[in-house]
Design a protein around this ligand. Structure first.
Ligand code: SF4
Length: 435
């Protein structure tokens, strides 16, 4: 039997896609298997493998892949760039999964700028930077296409200055385009530099309110891999079927702890990806889909979907205190995720506080000024008062620094939501960053 690939019908913001195939159908790689219904926000879904449809449910399509797959694919049919982007089923690959054609559907009428978010903000994840190092021209070409689609006068590639190799490669490409309207903006190495409004603040000097969209600053912010998939859709007529990703953590052999895979076929299982990375170690705490700050717990049977950027096998959980307080950041793990981690530590949550900049917006929270700490002493003291013997936090780098300047004095050990992932790859924990 061939490997089974699973394609959930909803991998993005908007309505779920409607199947075009039935059980028993034969499909080829790049064939449309579920379509975005007309006048709905959504995204087409294509098979990333050739094979046979073994199941179609209300939520997903299963395909048994033929042996011996190749990289060829059925091509898109549209002719105009925006129509190709829509037909390809591209969504924002930074995590949110907003359909890209919708983001690009209202061209600027005067000055507009497209900012490529190449911050690769989450620690451990490395696939965006590696992709730029391997093929900087694709990113630049994808940005040029995007600028044309939205009639933008300027393009900015926002990237952390610590990624010297990727920055140099981009500079070399831009050197050959003296008339280009694209520039590089170097970012500090702080979390959450990749937050949309943080990027706009850093690149354009405008701090948007929590309810505001980038368009209010005359900007569109788009993830680095999304831009590369746009290039493929427009120049190669390739549907969105493959994904770059990082696989890391507690792997067999304990070598090569962070691995990058390019063009992983969507729908492959989490377990199969860990096998490709050498196999899971026998002891690990949890499997995380996404990055250490915002990833969610997953298991080996789940599929890789359009928004999957990372898979991390985290370190085993230490034994936590009996009673713990949680401090929630708008840009890191949310309340539910911190409660899940607290349970794995064996701790009862006796108090929950939110960073005072984490303002409620619809069913989530957004930070008023991402990465600039308003001070956390009051919040930590409130958790102590609630009976916490330690605090579990998901704060940004700057706020974690502030927590570390008060919690130890209050005799409260600090746990961070990223600890398991960072320990698994021997990286420095998010704690005090300056004296
Ligand atoms: S200031 Fe607060 S809400 Fe904003 S990123 Fe830092 S911890 Fe999160």
């Amino acid at each position: 039997m061939g490997e089974t690939f699973c394609f959930p019908l909803k991998q993005h913001i908007g309505a779920q896609a409607a199947p075009t195939i039935v059980k028993g159908d034969t499909v080829v790689r790049g064939q449309l298997i579920a379509y975005k219904e007309e006048n709905c926000l959504g995204a087409n879904i294509y098979s990333s493998v050739s094979g046979v449809v073994t199941e179609v449910t209300d939520n997903s399509i299963l395909i048994e892949a033929d042996e011996g797959q190749d990289k060829s694919y059925k091509k898109l049919t549209a002719t105009e760039p925006l129509a190709l982007i829509e037909e390809a089923g591209i969504v924002g690959l930074g995590g949110a999964g907003f359909p890209t054609y919708a983001k690009l559907s209202k061209p600027f009428t005067d000055d507009g700028v497209v900012i490529v978010n190449a911050a690769e903000c989450e620690p451990v994840l490395n696939h965006n930077i590696r992709a730029i190092e391997e093929n900087p021209a694709q990113l630049v070409r994808g940005l040029e296409i995007t600028m044309d689609v939205v009639n933008a006068k300027r393009g900015i590639i926002a990237i952390k200055k610590i990624h010297t190799k990727a920055v140099e490669k981009l500079q070399n490409i831009l050197k050959d385009r003296p008339d280009s309207d694209i520039e590089i903006h170097l970012l500090e190495n702080m979390y959450p530099m990749g937050e949309e409004r943080a990027i706009i603040r850093e690149c354009l000097g405008k701090l948007l309110g929590v309810q505001s969209l980038p368009l209010e600053a005359g900007a569109i912010v788009i993830n680095a891999e999304t831009v590369c998939r746009i290039e493929e859709a427009v120049d190669l007529k390739k549907p969105f079927i493959d994904k770059n990703m990082t696989v890391a953590g507690k792997l067999k052999g304990n070598s090569n702890l962070i691995q990058v895979f390019f063009d992983v076929p969507l729908g492959i299982s989490v377990g199969a990806m860990f096998e490709k990375a050498g196999g899971l170690s026998e002891d690990y705490g949890e499997l995380i889909m996404g990055g250490p700050f915002t990833g969610k717990r997953t298991n080996i049977d789940k599929p890789v979907i359009k928004t999957t950027g990372g898979l991390i096998a985290a370190e085993c959980f230490p034994k936590g205190p009996e009673k713990i307080g949680i401090l929630v950041c708008a840009c890191g793990a949310n309340k539910e995720r911190l409660e899940e981690i607290a349970k794995s530590l064996g701790s009862e949550v006796v108090g929950c506080e939110y960073c005072k900049q984490a303002k409620p917006v619809k069913d989530t929270r957004k930070c008023e000024n991402p990465g600039k700490c308003p001070g956390q002493v009051q919040k930590v003291m409130a958790l102590k008062k609630a009976g916490a013997q330690a605090v579990l936090i998901s704060n940004c780098t700057d706020c974690s620094n502030t927590v570390m300047s008060c919690a130890p004095q209050l005799k409260l050990p600090v746990y961070h939501c990223t600890d398991g992932a960072l320990r698994a790859v021997n990286e420095k924990l998010v704690r005090k960053i300056k004296s």
